[in-house]
Ligand binder design. Structure first.
Ligand code: ATP
Ligand code: MG
Length: 475
């Protein structure tokens, strides 16, 4: 079995065998050959020529591999240079046009060269790739492809080395950060714990014209209610017992820069009134003072609670909500941008293993699989903690699943039933396909290993791959 994408071709081809030309109907086409519906000519020569239509008419040398009632197959006998510029080019354009990985169905973004989920290559226009596939060193193939395109994985690091991500969702966030950085309106950042709200606020500040001025963060949930006012606005000497000298508040510190109000949803109602007043004209008085002070700050606020609901429940002032909710960024949880998981994991592995002076090459397949199927309730922060712990625990040069010590949440997403259908057959079919794809991803497409994992024979793996059309390009 040689794994390359194939496509339903369904066109007539002509087979030239010693100048006898026979038409035949080809059902599908891959880099390696054609599957034919009609029985093939009894050809004595070991070489035939197949004439077929791709983007243009081509003639390719081949040989009849199988000519049985159940299956007729023609193998191409051309050099990789010829195959890549004909069939390879055709398949590649079809893959990109279909918009998803033919093996694991993950959406393809921006003409990426290989699938970030299962490692399969999409671009068959290069002879060396065709040679790999012809040699069928599938393990080598995946390895070479992944080591050949390490830059792809780093593509989003260029702008800001701290902010990593390749998913469609995080790219939208990057876009908003760039847009919002150029104006002065307040920004409201929402998202679950650990999704990168503070990182986003800093990224906006660093790209704004205020970047040379301070970025001051105040955690509204961590400061006791009675201290929050003086923390924000400062106080005058003698304002209260213990106020021995004047103290400048965070707002004044942030003058010219950005004030980041973290966990704004937890700000007490009386402070919300005072903040709103400040936002009216950016002036305030220190606690115990009379002098009106003006501070030129841009406000970025963040919360992990549903502010709209808090407004409904009377816990958050509606007028403040509208004041802050001018420009918004919602950071999706990590489980909703799975394309970022391995990229982030590799980034943190690299960063933190260097920190402790350990040389760790990467993750084993089962570790990658575990990282991908985990739900990450604590998001990126949890991922960081898991990786740091694994770096300490591992005694190997790769991180394995058991080093990750992940709490398995049920049996993973594979086993969930589509709630809108309880049809047993439909769900069993879906489960079968899901498990097959998972095994494919985990083993990098190694049929023997897949058979072992799935507990079935190799022929059964082949037949299931065929049945579920794994690797078949669909429009
Ligand atoms: N895309 C990312 N790339 C690199 N590091 C990230 C990314 N997202 C988050 N982090 C890191 O994850 C950690 C948590 O991020 P951050 O503190 O910004 O999250 P948060 O949403 O403010 O969390 P919380 O709600 O718990 O305060 C930080 O160390 C941050 O640097
Ligand atoms: Mg935070």
């Amino acid at each position: 079995m040689r794994l390359s994408a194939r496509i339903s071709y369904n066109k007539q081809v002509f087979i030239d065998c010693n100048k006898n030309i026979t038409p035949a109907y080809a059902v599908n086409l891959s880099l390696l050959g054609l599957k034919i519906k009609d029985s093939l000519p009894d050809c004595l020569s070991s070489e035939i020529i197949v004439m077929m239509e791709l983007d243009q008419d081509v003639s390719l040398r081949g040989r009849i591999l199988r000519n049985e009632k159940s299956e007729q197959v023609i193998l191409f006998k051309e050099d990789p240079e010829v195959i890549s510029s004909t069939v390879g080019k055709y398949l590649t354009s079809k893959i990109y046009k279909s918009g998803k990985c033919p093996f694991c169905s993950r959406p393809i973004e921006n003409h990426e060269k290989y699938c970030r989920k299962c490692g399969v290559l999409f671009d068959y226009t290069r002879p060396e790739i065709v040679r790999f596939i012809q040699d069928f060193k599938i393990g080598k193939f995946f390895y070479d492809v992944l080591t050949e395109y390490p830059d792809e994985v780093k593509e989003n690091l260029q702008d800001n080395t701290e902010f990593v991500g390749v998913s469609k969702e995080i790219k939208q966030v990057f876009n908003l950060i760039r847009k919002y950085a150029t104006n002065e309106y307040p920004v409201l950042i929402t998202g679950e714990t650990g999704t990168g709200k503070e990182l986003t606020a800093r990224a906006i500040h660093e790209r704004s014209s205020r970047r040379d001025k301070p970025f001051v963060a105040v955690n509204c949930a961590a400061i006791p209610e009675n201290l929050l006012e003086s923390e924000l606005f400062g106080y005058e000497k003698g304002a209260f017992t213990g106020a021995h000298k004047r103290k400048i508040g965070k707002i004044e510190y942030a003058n010219g820069g950005t004030l980041f109000l973290d966990e704004i949803g937890d700000m007490p109602l009386n402070m919300q009134v005072k903040l709103l007043r400040f936002l009216e004209d950016l002036s305030f008085t220190r606690v115990g003072g009379n002098e009106a002070i003006y501070a030129d700050v841009r406000i970025i606020a963040a919360t992990n609670i549903d502010l709209e609901k808090a407004v409904e429940e009377g816990k958050f002032r509606e007028d403040l909500y509208y004041r802050l909710n001018v420009l918004t960024i919602n950071l999706p949880p990590l489980r909703e941008r799975r394309d970022d998981i391995l990229v982030l994991a590799k980034y943190f592995l690299n960063k933190y293993s260097r920190e402790v002076g350990k040389k760790i090459k990467g993750f084993s397949k089962d570790a990658e699989e575990a990282l991908l199927s985990y739900q990450w309730p604590g998001n990126v922060r949890e991922l960081i903690n898991v990786i740091r712990k694994a770096i300490v625990l591992t005694e190997n040069s790769v991180i394995r699943e058991k080093d990750l010590d992940l709490k398995r949440n049920g049996l993973g997403d594979v086993y969930c039933v589509k709630t809108d259908s309880l049809n047993l057959k439909e769900n069993v079919e879906r489960l079968e396909k899901d498990l097959l794809q998972k095994a494919f991803i985990r083993t990098g497409g190694n049929i023997s290993k897949m058979a072992k994992l799935l507990g079935i024979s190799r022929p059964k793996v082949y037949s299931l791959i065929k049945k579920h059309k794994i690797g078949e390009i669909t429009d």
